[in-house]
Design a protein around this ligand. Structure first.
Ligand code: CMX
Length: 137
């Protein structure tokens, strides 16, 4: 599927503003964007680290994926996202290798990326996201 790099690491947090303060004041990173993604029931904050981003995820709905995750496991690493050229063909490839898909086709995620998730039950316990930047196609 030709992964070029880790696009971002998603981290579930209870309080976005408090977590931004930690990343800025302690780690010295700069939050360059805050975006709500209603479809995913999250509010996100982004930091650039080399060519990889840290995406903080605050739940906007206890029934959403991040709300349920926080309730069950607390704050922490939620998913790893890999950058690929073409999400559709990557999904086709992994499905042919018996990986369970959460998304059968790409949908729009934060920052206008086309994204799709693979189920942690078939990826060694790591919720895995594939991302394609339509601007780079
Ligand atoms: N990482 C690893 N395992 C996870 C997980 C995660 N982030 N979230 C849930 N799981 C595990 C649970 O621990 C549970 O395992 P057990 O059966 O052993 O207890 C299993 O998956 C099922 O979990 P659940 O709490 O019953 O939750 P759901 O089945 O309702 O949903 C999942 C799990 C992964 C399918 C769902 O969270 C999902 O569809 N995620 C994709 C979308 C998403 O995460 N959006 C938020 C981020 C959006 C963004 O980046 O913009």
């Amino acid at each position: 599927m030709n992964i070029s790099h880790i696009e971002h690491i998603g981290i579930a947090v209870k309080d976005l503003q408090a977590s931004i303060a930690y990343y800025e004041n302690i780690l010295g990173l700069k939050c360059y964007a805050i975006e709500e993604v209603p479809d995913q029931k999250v509010k996100t904050a982004f930091f650039m680290v080399g060519q990889t981003k840290i995406e903080l995820l605050e739940s906007t709905d206890p029934e959403g994926a991040v709300g349920k995750f926080i309730e069950k496991k607390g704050e922490g690493v939620h998913h790893i996202a890999y950058a690929v050229n073409d999400v559709a063909s990557a999904l086709e490839e992994v499905e042919s290798k018996s990986v369970q898909l959460i998304d059968k086709q790409a949908r729009k995620g934060a920052e206008g990326l086309n994204i799709a998730f693979l189920h942690p039950k078939s990826t060694g316990g790591v919720l895995t996201e594939l991302c394609e930047d339509p601007k780079k196609k």
